[in-house]
Design a protein around this ligand. Structure first.
Ligand code: NI
Length: 162
C-alpha cells in the first residue's frame, strides 16, 4: 500500500465531476488500499478519489468505527439537520461551519462490485456528505456558513478567500 499525494485547493481536478466506476479490477482495489493508507497517514477521517488525483466515484471513511469504502455511492434518504465545523485535507489552514443532514442512508458497492448500504448519523453522516460532495467537485468551503483561518479566527467576506 502506497501513500499518494493529496491534491490541494487550486487544482482543477477538485472542481470536476468524478466518473462512475464500472470495472472492478485489481487497479481499483489498489487505489482503495492506497486511499486508506493516505487518509490514515494524514490523520483524516475521510478521503475521496479526486483528492488523490483520480476522477472516480470512490470514497473511504473511518470516523473511529473502522474502515468503510464506498464505490459509486448515492444518498437515497436524508433527514434532519446538523451544523458542524469541518476541515479538509485538500484545504489546509481553513475550517468552516457547514449545515448537513443529521441522518443519511447511502447505497454503494464495495471494491468487488457488491452492494452495500449504510445508515449514518452524526459525524459519520457529515463525513459521508462531505466526501460525496468531492465526487461532484464541491468543497466544504463552498457551502460553509462561516469560515475560520488557521488561528480559528472568523474570516469575514469568506467568498474572497480562495
Ligand atoms: Ni474533503
Amino acid at each position: 500500500m502506497a501513500i499518494r499525494k493529496i491534491v490541494k485547493v487550486g487544482d482543477d481536478i477538485l472542481t470536476k465531476k468524478a466518473k462512475t466506476v464500472d470495472k472492478f479490477d485489481k487497479k481499483i482495489s489498489v487505489l482503495i488500499d492506497d486511499m486508506f493508507s493516505t487518509m490514515y497517514e494524514a490523520e483524516g477521517v475521510g478521503l475521496a478519489a479526486p483528492q488523490v488525483g483520480m476522477l472516480k466515484r470512490i470514497v473511504v471513511i473511518d470516523v473511529g468505527e473502522g474502515p468503510v469504502e464506498m464505490v459509486n455511492p448515492v444518498i437515497v434518504e436524508q433527514s434532519g439537520e446538523q451544523t458542524c465545523k469541518e476541515g479538509c485535507l485538500s484545504v489546509p489552514g481553513l475550517t468552516g461551519e457547514v449545515t448537513r443532514p443529521e441522518k443519511v442512508k447511502v447505497k454503494a458497492v464495495n471494491r468487488k462490485g457488491q452492494e452495500v448500504e449504510y445508515e449514518a448519523e452524526g459525524l459519520f453522516a457529515v463525513c459521508i456528505c462531505h466526501e460525496l460532495d468531492h465526487l461532484d467537485g464541491i468543497l466544504f468551503k463552498d457551502k460553509a456558513n462561516k469560515l475560520y483561518d488557521e488561528d480559528d479566527q472568523e474570516i469575514v467576506n469568506g467568498q474572497d478567500v480562495m
